[in-house]
Design a protein around this ligand. Structure first.
Ligand SMILES: [Zn+2]
Length: 486
């Protein structure tokens, strides 16, 4: 693809050369030109600062006619032996300096403020502008970043605004000209619901971004959510990858997780067809001896259906992870699965925990590793009726398994608090953690008097020192693996 693009460059500098091209910058570049490289015809040799500035002004005036984008000019010391003596400060040369042009600005009016929903559910306001030319480019919209930005700059529909385009950055709204504000222009009210799916849009404390909570059903997020749902750490459905999800979604065969499990039924009922048929030169389907069309990929489709069926009894942590609840990934899904044992208990707790004074909320926060942010993600998710309905539809097809705690009780590390530090050899830190969690241990990030074991790999630092100070039992990686019987 890159080869197909009309990429060209001007040679401004050189890398390794066996001998200097010339004693000066200017002559070296000329020499590169003589050797056949394209060099910039705007390059000049200036004798003093006034001439540099005059050239800066000259290039600035011609900027929009150059045929390519620039954001300034660069001045370089001409003599290469002086360049060498001046040297570098970290990676910046002392013998070259960029003189940037001011960002190009223009004035226009805001015709509308629209909210875009990204694939992570983030609501981003965009100003639709009366088209205006800035630096040779017609600009008709500009990002407003988020709710705070609109409030801080007090940008309203109908306002005359100054916009700027710096380099290749998306145009920004610099300010609203208040004196030109139309009478009656009202402050913009940021929506509390997702404009795409109508779900509640929540804003976490300390976050500038408001997000749609309709993760399972929001079309703006659906494809990404579905990809996550079938991914390796979630339901892990073999043969159902990102490509198939995109294909099924665009053909409207799969819009939400439950649809994956009804594929076979709906196909049998003739709602759609996933098979590919052998065709004759005239385009008609080739028929076999039995008079039925010859199916060329029957086996792969049957395999896909079997792989889907194999996940109807999903392990609880995978099932929770698959839902894509904000802040609830693999580790937290396991914590919830262990704490609640069944999906219905988890869900009931999440719904009850909406009341901050409830025992359910208190219990959720009492789960080691679950903080307020995670709890909020869970509460928001189940607080959204659209999500509850999508989960209900999913539960008609999938029975998440109960989490069996029996094996854990026998584990020598069940209920113990473990801290991993240093680099481990046999596994990554994440693998070690999930292994420990699976055996019923609690994994903490810092050492305290409550820590039972510190597993110290190579180059363990302050945590190891702290453990020794507190008299916490320190294990090598090998001793730990011994202890858990690995
Ligand atoms: Zn939405």
């Amino acid at each position: 693809m890159t080869a197909g693009r009309p990429l060209r460059f001007f040679a401004y500098a050189w890398g390794e050369v066996s001998e200097d091209l010339a004693p000066t910058q200017f002559e070296s570049v000329k020499r590169l030109g003589a050797l056949g490289f394209k060099v910039n015809p705007e390059m000049v040799l200036a004798k003093d600062v006034d001439r540099l500035l005059a050239h800066y002004a000259h290039v600035g005036a011609r900027r929009s006619d150059l045929g390519y984008d620039i954001d300034g000019v660069v001045y370089k010391v001409d003599r290469l032996d002086w360049q060498e003596r001046l040297g570098f400060v970290s990676r910046s040369p002392r013998w070259a300096i960029a003189h940037k042009f001011p960002a190009e600005r223009a004035t226009t009016t805001v015709e509308a403020i629209e909210i875009q929903v990204g694939r992570t559910g983030a609501l981003t306001p965009v100003a639709r502008l009366r088209p205006v030319t800035v630096g040779g480019v017609v600009v008709s919209n500009a990002t407003l970043h988020n709710q705070d930005e609109i409030e801080r700059k007090d940008i309203r529909i109908g306002d005359t605004v100054v916009i700027q385009r710096a380099g290749d950055v998306i145009p920004q709204v610099v300010e609203a000209l208040k004196e030109r504000r139309p009478r009656g222009a009202k402050a913009f009210e940021f929506p509390q619901v997702c404009p795409v799916c109508g779900s509640h849009a929540a804003r976490e404390e300390g976050e500038a971004v408001r997000r749609c909570t309709g993760g399972l059903i929001c079309p703006a997020q659906a494809v990404e959510r579905l990809k996550h749902f079938v991914s390796r750490n979630a339901l892990d459905i073999e043969g159902l990858g990102e490509k198939q999800i995109e294909d099924f979604y665009s053909r409207k065969i799969v819009r939400e997780p439950a649809d994956i499990f009804t594929l076979r039924r709906r196909m049998s009922a003739g709602a759609f067809d996933l098979y590919s048929y052998k065709t004759k030169p005239d385009g008609s389907r080739a028929l076999g001896k039995d008079g039925k069309p010859i199916v060329t990929n029957k086996k792969s489709i049957e395999n896909l259906f079997s792989a889907i069926d194999a996940r109807r009894q999903a392990p609880l942590p995978r099932f929770i992870n698959a839902l894509g609840i904000r802040h609830v990934g693999e580790t937290n899904s396991r914590l919830f699965a262990r704490a609640y044992g069944t999906f219905s208990a988890f869900r009931n707790a999440a719904i009850a925990a909406r009341d901050r004074d409830s025992a359910a909320y208190e219990e959720m926060l009492a789960i080691g590793g679950v903080g307020e942010l995670v709890a909020q993600g869970v509460i928001d998710f189940f607080g959204e009726a659209h999500n509850r309905a999508a989960v209900d539809r999913l539960l008609e097809e999938v029975q998440p398994q109960e989490m069996i705690a029996a094996a854990d009780a026998e584990s020598p590390v069940a209920g113990k608090t473990v801290v991993f530090t240093g680099s481990l050899e046999k596994m990554t830190r994440d693998e070690a953690k999930s292994r420990a969690l699976a055996l019923g241990a609690k994994v903490a990030g810092s050492v305290s008097a409550k820590t039972d074991y510190v597993v110290a790999g190579a180059d363990a630092g302050s945590k190891l020192a702290k453990a020794r100070e507190l008299g916490v039992r320190v294990l090598t990686e090998a001793e730990w693996l011994d202890l858990i019987g690995a």
